[in-house]
Write a protein that binds this ligand. Sequence first.
Ligand SMILES: [Zn+2]
Ligand SMILES: [Zn+2]
Length: 124
Amino acid sequence: MDEYLRGSCLCGGIRYRAALPASHASHCYCTMCQKQHGAAAGSYANLASAGFVVEQGAALVTEYASSTHGRRGFCRVCGSTLFWRSEESPDRIAITLGTMEPEYAGAVEKEWYPENKPAWLPRR
Ligand SMILES: [Zn+2]
Ligand SMILES: [Zn+2]
């Protein structure tokens, strides 16, 4: 198994890698994730920030401060959401599952704010 996971943004300007293992993959239905992703949830896996490397396009990575400690990284060309990090836990970074190539192979273990799931999601 590859010791890194890899990913890119929609326009291909940004490519990153992150050293495994990944943990605590989740779908987050909070209002901030919904707004930033334009979707029902933000989907992330947590990795060590020390192992996160932007291999290409570092100048395109833009961060939005969504709270006093939260930083949401995205591509300034295409808008792809890439990661979320907290200045309160600088050793970890949460990377978006949807930008990973190949697709994330682990399990999603957690749903945050499930009470905030929109009614337009498919019914089980
Ligand atoms: Zn891009
Ligand atoms: Zn969220």
